[in-house]
Design a protein around this ligand. Structure first.
Ligand SMILES: Cc1cc2nc3c(=O)[nH]c(=O)nc-3n(C[C@H](O)[C@H](O)[C@H](O)COP(=O)(O)OP(=O)(O)OC[C@H]3O[C@@H](n4cnc5c(N)ncnc54)[C@H](O)[C@@H]3O)c2cc1C
Length: 441
């Protein structure tokens, strides 16, 4: 056996793969254990050859993602990026109104909020941009921590918006992307959004974002379909046990990067000694809450649907359908153009439907589509379901500060990585993976 440091990475999502990239570059011999049948984790898309492009869940790459764009250039993936419209429509009782993040003029003519709120929203966004753009970063807890003063996004937004203004502007922009409640998240998240999102462009990868995870792991041994079930101390090294098919096996490593969602990470490493995983880190992992996501997609004739649109429910309640994303697709039959529609149910319905059979999920969601678009085409063709039980880690007030403390206390042989260190975005996951690896190098 070579004298190279042997490092195991548990979880082949964006965070685990980013850590792998750094470790391989520093000469570690890296084994990546991924329970699923492909890399990318939550950023992994599904593919169906009968539509073109066949990419399913369209994870967005924003123009403000630094680490991701570095990879796009390094791996020569520019031609895989497809710019998508930032056409955001907020829906109030079936009536849509445009609220794009890149145009103050459009905000001023937005129909669902009083004039005073529209003005206040534009002024405040400009103020955040001018004062804080360089100081705050939605993807980096180290920059968010200074703004994480214990207040919630609602406390923050209500300082300059009426209840209606908040519920139909800032709340829609946050909950329409992340599904968690503004009452539960740090004010810093909302502030960062206003300071950084103006003028941002969005792209999807034609063949799915997992291409980045696949490139990041070149030079490592990738073990798909390997679910790690235990992490134990053996002297000053770490033993992993895993299940693969019907087999159980184990091996010993010098280091481990645990890059699964936080509650899984807490369970896997529960037996490790306190000098490896301190009580603060353990509590941080155990207390991380997630908002689940259920993506229910349909193929429909164009009808009157707006194309390339992200529709979001306005208001403070828990709507039946939280958001809907519509993309044109060519279908195999005669290359006809249809729309692929992704519907994300609200929080209560999502929780009820997770883990249920696909027919039941379609049967429940299909009649609800008209709550968002009243003339939604009749008989949409059910297409594909994707479940994400650990969908969006909730950045509760105070967690960014906690995250910085935990991140700085990480040391060999066990470190953790995941989007829950900052925000539920792939860019934050890349940063967390990069930082965790740096603690081992
Ligand atoms: C519906 C939805 C839409 C989103 N849209 C966007 C978007 O448009 N743009 C954007 O930037 N972000 C988006 N995100 C957020 C983004 O997907 C995540 O922030 C990011 O992918 C998280 O990466 P991660 O590596 O931290 O975790 P994960 O992707 O969850 O990776 C963890 C990996 O660990 C594996 N694993 C778990 N347990 C084990 C085990 N015991 N053994 C081995 N492997 C294990 C899992 O299978 C998984 O592959 C979206 C999220 C959701 C839910």
């Amino acid at each position: 056996m070579s004298g190279r440091t042997r490092t195991a990475v548990i979880g082949g999502g964006m965070a685990g793969c980013a850590a792998t990239k750094e470790l391989v570059a520093r000469g570690h011999s890296v084994d990546v254990f991924e329970a699923g049948d492909g890399l990318g984790g939550r950023a992994r898309s599904w593919h169906r050859p009968e539509i073109e492009p066949s990419v399913g869940i369209n994870l967005m790459c924003a123009s403000i993602y630094d680490l991701m764009w570095q990879r796009v250039r390094e791996y020569g993936l520019e031609d895989q990026l497809v710019e998508i419209s930032s056409n955001l429509l907020v829906v109030d009782n079936g009536v849509p109104a445009s609220l794009p993040s890149d145009s103050p003029a459009a905000v001023l003519s937005y129909r669902h909020a009083p004039r005073r709120d529209r003005l206040s929203f534009v002024v405040n966004s400009m103020k955040e941009f001018v004062l804080n753009k360089k100081k705050i970063d939605l993807f980096d807890a180290e920059k968010l921590a200074a703004f994480d003063d214990g207040a919630t996004a609602v406390d923050y937004g209500r300082r300059f918006l009426s209840r209606r203004g908040f519920d139909y502007m800032l709340r829609s922009q946050i909950e329409g992307f992340w599904n968690f409640r503004c009452e539960e998240i740090s004010a810093a998240h909302a502030k960062a959004l206003l300071a950084t999102m103006g003028g941002v462009k969005f792209y999807v990868f034609a063949n799915g974002m997992q291409v980045l995870a696949e490139r990041d792991t070149l030079g490592a041994r990738v073990r798909l379909g390997h679910e790690v079930t235990e992490v134990r101390q053996v002297g000053d090294r770490v033993e992993l046990t895993w299940r693969s098919g019907g087999d159980v096996d184990s091996d010993v490593y010098d280091n481990v990067v645990v890059a699964t969602p936080a509650p899984i990470a807490a369970k896997l490493t529960a037996s490790l000694p306190g000098q490896w995983v301190d009580a603060d880190t353990r509590r941080f992992l155990e207390t991380q809450e997630y908002e689940p996501a259920l993506s229910v997609s349909y193929l429909v004739d164009r009808g009157n649907l707006p194309s390339q649109t992200h529709l979001m429910a306005g208001g403070a309640g828990d709507p039946k359908i939280r958001n809907m994303i519509i993309y044109p697709r060519r279908t195999a039959e005669g290359r006809r153009e249809k729309f692929l529609v992704f519907a994300y149910p609200g929080r209560e319905i999502t929780r009820k439907l997770l883990g249920r059979p696909a027919e039941k999920q379609f049967e429940t969601v299909t009649p609800l589509l008209r709550t968002m678009v009243p003339d939604f085409p009749a008989d949409p063709e059910p297409f594909q379901i994707a479940e994400r039980p650990y969908g969006f880690p909730i950045p509760a007030p105070g967690r960014y500060r906690w995250s910085v403390r935990v991140s700085k206390s990480q040391r060999p042989p066990v470190v953790y990585a995941g989007d829950y260190f900052s925000a539920p975005t792939t860019e934050a996951a890349l940063l967390a993976g990069t930082r965790a690896a740096a603690r081992l190098i």
